[in-house]
Design a protein around this ligand. Structure first.
Ligand code: PLP
Length: 471
């Protein structure tokens, strides 16, 4: 494919993308209906072709064979999981980043990707009101880095915490290390512990009594017990906006407990972190970050920055580098310049800062704040409707864009039947979780195209499904 042909095909793809957003998306089902695992291989050739095939045929197959197997995360009736927003600025940046395809693992391999990432992490950090110590410009040894996912942010934070305690405490023994979270933390925490080979992992119950937030007294109790048993607490994972119910752990109090035991505090705000750009949510949910060692959230969830872009800030980068930095001779860089390979697990990395640069400039902070507030208001609208309908109960306080509810006084099976009925047609998509063993339906409002009319449509569908299931 030469570049004159690329120019033509590129226009065709951009036209298709524009039509996808403006015309197709709202007419498509959110998720495929009637396909089963294994549906695709029979539709494709058995082997990669020996000879080039024409673009027209390839693009046709994309539309006819592949697209019907897509879940449309940008759909206005996508209420499943948490959102994964994209946007025009982010897509444009990704096209350019894909074209230049600079693998900026070191300053020398990508001076602009490295330096733009440092500036963008400072811009984003200031926008989110995170403490000065996390900014590159503070020259305090801390700073931000773009990881692929919140899971990777958790893993490197655990590795850094482990490196720090093993270095600072001569008596530290890997077999004695203990990591803590609430039982509402994302499974990414436990997986990170598996990968870091941490033997002792405590998932402390957080109950409905405290709106599923981890209680400092409970953490203190478990940590002290471990200390009394000769173990060594080293890592506490705190969540702002848990996946099941958007519970907010009290960061300040938990960080104090962790600090008293010499443990590292990591805050995972994968979804909810985007809301920190609004001062009112920052004040309500994000205080205490000055006490923590690492903080991460995913602009690729709710901040219009397409996957992947997970922001991680560390107060001190030394332990992180101690944990994951290794420089063979062929990668030796420019002396004391920043080499982001030393802040992450892989070597290679994409030019992801460009997405943030385009996004933050082309929207501006105030319209991003309006965007977040819009979803929060829509969630509150749904929560109010749920509260008005006596057949339903709210299962956890509505926070950010997540509404958790269930049919009141019926079995888990009935609530699963409700969910399956809601989702049956494929033109709306919600998922469930369990809170204290009770099936709970989650309506996560945050798709970039979702408006009031769509949540009204969604709520109507939920009510109709309830009538059908209860009949
Ligand atoms: N942490 C929380 C609180 C989440 O909600 C999620 C995903 O929804 C994750 C971590 C994992 O995110 P990622 O896919 O970026 O690893």
């Amino acid at each position: 494919v030469d570049m004159s042909e690329f120019r033509k095909l590129g226009y065709e793809v951009v036209d298709w993308i524009s039509d996808y957003f403006t015309q197709q998306l709202s007419t498509l089902p959110v998720k495929p209906n009637g396909i089963q695992p294994g549906y695709l291989p029979p539709l494709l050739e058995k082997e990669a072709p020996e000879e080039p095939q024409p673009w027209s045929q390839v693009f046709q197959d994309f539309k006819l064979k592949l697209l019907p197997g897509a879940v449309h995360w940008q759909h206005p009736l996508f209420f499943a999981y948490f959102p994964a927003n994209t946007s025009a600025p982010a897509m444009l940046a990704d096209m350019l980043s894909g074209a230049i395809n600079m693998i900026g693992f070191s300053w020398a391999a990508g001076p602009v990707s490295t330096e733009l990432e440092m500036v963008m992490m400072d811009w984003l950090g200031k926008l989110c009101g995170i403490p000065e110590k996390f900014l590159h410009s503070s020259a305090s040894g801390g700073g931000g880095v773009i990881q692929g996912t919140a899971s990777e942010a958790s893993i490197v934070s655990i590795l850094a915490a482990r490196a720090k305690i093993m270095k600072g405490r001569p008596e530290a023994d890997k077999l004695r290390l203990v990591a803590y979270s609430s039982n509402q933390a994302h499974s990414a925490f436990k997986k990170a512990c598996m990968i870091a080979d941490i033997d002792h992992v405590r998932e402390i119950p957080a109950t409905s009594v405290h709106h599923f937030a981890l209680q400092p007294e409970a953490l203190e109790r478990v940590m002290q017990e471990d200390v009394d048993n000769g173990l060594l607490p080293f890592f506490v994972s705190v969540t702002i906006g848990t996946t099941s119910s958007c519970a907010v752990d009290p960061v300040k109090e938990l960080a104090h407990v962790a600090g008293r035991h010499g443990a590292w505090t990591h805050v995972d705000a994968a979804y909810a972190g985007s809301a920190a750009i609004c001062p009112e949510f920052h004040q309500q949910y994000f205080s205490g970050l000055e006490l923590v060692d690492s903080y991460s959230f995913n602009p690729h969830k709710w901040l219009l920055t397409n996957f992947d872009c997970s922001a991680l800030w560390v107060a001190d980068s030394a332990p992180l580098k101690e944990a994951v930095s290794l420089t063979p001779v062929f990668l030796r860089g420019a002396g004391n310049a920043m080499d982001f390979k030393d802040w992450q697990m892989p070597l290679g990395r994409r030019f992801r800062a460009l997405k943030l640069y385009f996004l933050l400039r082309m929207y501006g902070a105030e319209s991003l704040r309006r965007y977040i507030r819009h979803h929060v208001a829509l969630a509150q609208y749904v929560a109010d409707r749920v509260a008005e309908d006596p057949r339903f109960e709210i299962a956890a306080p509505t926070r950010f864009g997540l509404v958790c509810f269930r049919l009141r006084g019926v079995s888990n099976e009935m609530n699963m039947k409700l969910l399956n009925t809601i989702n049956a047609s494929g033109d709306i998509f919600l998922i469930h979780t369990e809170l204290e063993g009770k099936v709970t339906i989650r309506m996560a409002i945050g798709s970039s195209s979702t408006q009031l009319v769509h949540v009204q449509q969604g709520w109507l569908r939920i009510q109709e499904a309830a009538t059908e299931v209860l009949a």
